[in-house]
Design a protein around this ligand. Sequence first.
Ligand SMILES: [Zn+2]
Ligand SMILES: [Zn+2]
Length: 626
Amino acid sequence: MSLDDPRPPAMKWLCLAGLLAFAGAGLVLPFDAALVGVINGAGGGVTDALLSFLHHFMPVVILTAGLMLGGGLWVRGQTPALRRGGLLLAVAPVLANSVTSIIKAAVGRARPQHPEHGIEALRILVEDADRRSFPSGHVTTAAAFVIAMFFALPPFRGRRLFLLLIPLMMWDRIALAVHFPSDTFAGVGVACLVCAGMAWALRRWDARISSAWRPCAAAVSVLAITWAWSGGTRPVDPVTMEAIDGLGLDPSGWRCLFEPFVGPPLEIAWAPGPRAIVAETAPWSVAVLLAAWWLTPRPRRRRVLGLSLGVLIIWGGLFWSGRLPADRFTHDGPGIFFDPHVHGSDPVDGARPFDQMLARKRARGVDVVALTNHDAPPPAPGVLPGLEWSGGRHDDETYLHLLILGGAGAFDAVMKLVVPPLASAGDVAHARGLEAVRVAKQHGAVVIVAHHWRTLAQMTRDGTAHHLPTPVELADAGADGFEVANRHWEADPQGRSEVEAIDALCRDRGLLRVASSDDHGVPAGSPCVTFLPGRFPVDPVARREAVLGRLRERGEAWPVVWMREKRAERPAHVLAGPVFVARYLAALPPLGRLSWLIWFLVAWRWVLRSPRRGSPGPDRPSSPRR
Ligand SMILES: [Zn+2]
Ligand SMILES: [Zn+2]
């Protein structure tokens, strides 16, 4: 098959195959539930790993391969047939995937794992945030890629093996119980029809692209790849990772227009393990910069360098000034957002002036803030008074951190409990931590144990972990609750399991589970906050009292982390950097992506523009304009 000669029969066969696939979907429809049960039941071990790999990586691998291979052929192809084939290969998988999204929304069938189908005893290996099932987007994308490859590439040995990708993907979807068999057949049908339609539409076009438009094509490709990964930011419980309905995040409108300047530093500031992410993305960024340098005509290289430096300065400046316009927390039902752990004007940790931080919290929709400086009584009015007790050890070595909130006299009483250096008097330290909980409780304060998993990890590294009271000991001593998320969501597997153990204890004993910003004022705050559902007084003083009352009675409190879709697992390998970038782009709203595109084109034009008016010929782009 070649597009040089459109060969209607090839397109006819493709249409027929598409209709047959739809007929197949109709035939298996009555057996859908039974087949999912059987195929999902057979698995485990290596099979499950393969299923999960196909689920997470196949679409993006296919789309990237299609765009790079197809895009390369489109731009560099010597004949109209190659160029058209390239365009088809680049666009068909993306287009077919988009078509399935439209059909999914129209049909609205729920996935097999959804309780509405009542299929029991399914093994749930992956949970799809999007509940719509018909047809399968993964299968459509894979099938469109394989079909387009037959159109685009000259025949080569073993190319028929690629056809196996289609049944492989169908099996993956059914075995993971994210699709019914009929969804997968319909996916093949959609792919056939979309490819046939595209081949027909392109049949007479030369598909030549001028060099001036090539960067645009590259930028559109990036957007298209990320589109398939589209998601968004959603509130989840930090331990169960379940989405919390009724809470939301309102983007500030103007921010979308400046997304390339504001988005990346905000993304890093809110990510789990921001330092690791900077380290993982840095080598890739340098590589991209070097490539851009090498590809740019010599007289314009300084502009590429200047542009990169300028963007870096803007990112760094916004990051360190803390002026990143994070989105506003919102909720549907009655309730308030409460941040139980904030440092401000802190002499120990050097947090920024507290009124600035408070204003920022308010702008984000946080109603009540507890000021909890390290071993220092709260100086600021207008907040819930608190302190973060660390036995005076915060400067010297890591030790138990307790949030002491409210309670007249509790602050002075616990600040008298100074912990000696752990190396010389570890047992005293252990006892004093528990004593601090008891003393604070006697004075009517609320005691919440801060970031216990992180403290434990640090003290294990220091070799002093045995001086730290265990969560059970702290609960027995009277602690009201524990943080289950703090500043950044916990991505490290060891830390995750510690958090899960703490969470289980809280649920078991009816203790408070809270998420805190632990904001030290530096970058953009934190995606962690606690939601208190219910009605609270309007008057600020009465409201703070009501919050304290809720905590004292260990009433309902939801820990919340705002998380990008599909960020649940952070890959710890060489591809972590690019995956992080892909997920960031994928989670952007359309306006944000458009903003990237516009700024990219503006920058590109500026780089290519002649440096000086009337400068001699060699500086001008050498390719003739068409
Ligand atoms: Zn702390
Ligand atoms: Zn703190």
